[in-house]
Ligand binder design. Structure first.
Ligand code: NAD
Length: 263
């Protein structure tokens, strides 16, 4: 079916064993792409690959800690060996560790920045080299957040890292342009994935309020309709960005948040 939006494109999605990344991988797969589910959790990554493609022809799992230079290089080399290159990178792997700045553990600060920023840099570098050499362009997508634009209490390293991704994206957009490589950031509002489910009781404890109050009065307070963003809302945006044909749409950050943040 040559009409599929990502026919024959090779897409690497980090953190794709769960949540948002998993849905992006599924939507890309359903639109004709060969998908690489790169994740720390190899068991869940393999299960996802098998779920999408029981024949194992267009989905592969790769064990990858995005903070580990050697693991990223080896993982991308495995993709090249299996599928022959990379056309789309979705740098999505992420975690959350909440806490107030005055008592935040330095080790947790470094862990947060390593996953969100080092991981984005290392995977971008490995994929850009291939995209430039392949001479058929490419699309790099960073999973930012409304926290790429806004701040919230208890989230200093997350907010700092997510803002940082916007800077990285703009540089990649400028450097990649002559190679037809575009770079953009998706900035979702709250999506009910394991990452967010874990935060609800943590924030309730830190802020001294109920879990229901965390959802209503913290997470969804500034949305236009009190609704969570869904994994599919984010995946459809990732499909649009990956399949956009020209450099006209590059260096941008797109907020998908039920109006929580308006540019
Ligand atoms: P999730 O916890 O469901 O999935 C995250 C995945 O990343 C997991 O499969 C985990 O194994 C993997 N991972 C963690 N550390 C890794 C590492 N070092 N190397 C490789 N893989 C690693 O989370 P999610 O909600 O789907 O979040 C995905 C991305 O979306 C994150 O970058 C997050 O910051 C961002 N985001 C989430 C929300 C939300 O509300 N859920 C909102 C905005 C942005």
């Amino acid at each position: 079916m040559s009409t599929q939006k990502l026919q024959d494109k090779i897409a690497v999605i980090t953190g794709a064993a769960s949540g948002i990344g998993k849905d992006i991988a599924k939507v890309y797969f359903d639109n004709g792409a060969k998908v690489v589910i790169a994740d720390l959790n190899m068991e869940a990554a393999s299960a996802a690959a098998l779920q999408f493609d029981p024949n194992g022809e267009r989905a592969m799992a790769v064990a990858m800690d995005v903070t580990d230079e050697a693991a990223v290089e080896a993982g991308i080399a495995a993709v090249v060996q299996r599928f022959g290159g990379v056309d789309i990178l979705v740098s999505n792997a992420g975690i959350q560790i909440v806490g107030p700045v005055d008592s935040y553990e330095f080790s947790n600060w470094k862990k947060m920045l390593a996953i969100h920023l080092d991981g984005a840099f290392l995977t971008t570098r490995a994929c850009l080299k291939l995209m430039y050499a392949q001479k058929r362009g490419g699309s790099v997508i960073y999973m930012g957040s409304v926290h790429s634009k806004e701040a919230s209490v208890l989230k200093a390293p997350y907010v700092a890292a997510k803002h940082g991704l916007v800077g990285l994206c703009k540089v990649v957009a400028k450097e990649g342009a002559k190679h037809g490589v575009r770079a953009n950031v998706i900035c979702p509002g709250f999506v009910r994935t394991p990452l967010v489910e874990k935060q609800i009781p943590e924030q309730a404890k830190e802020l001294g309020i109920t879990e229901d109050e965390v959802v209503r009065n913290v997470m969804l307070k500034d949305t236009v309709d009190g609704e969570f963003t869904t994994v599919d809302d984010v995946a459809q945006t990732a499909l649009f960005l990956a399949s956009f044909p020209t450099n006209a749409l590059t260096g941008q950050s797109i907020v998908v948040s039920h109006g929580w943040f308006m540019q």
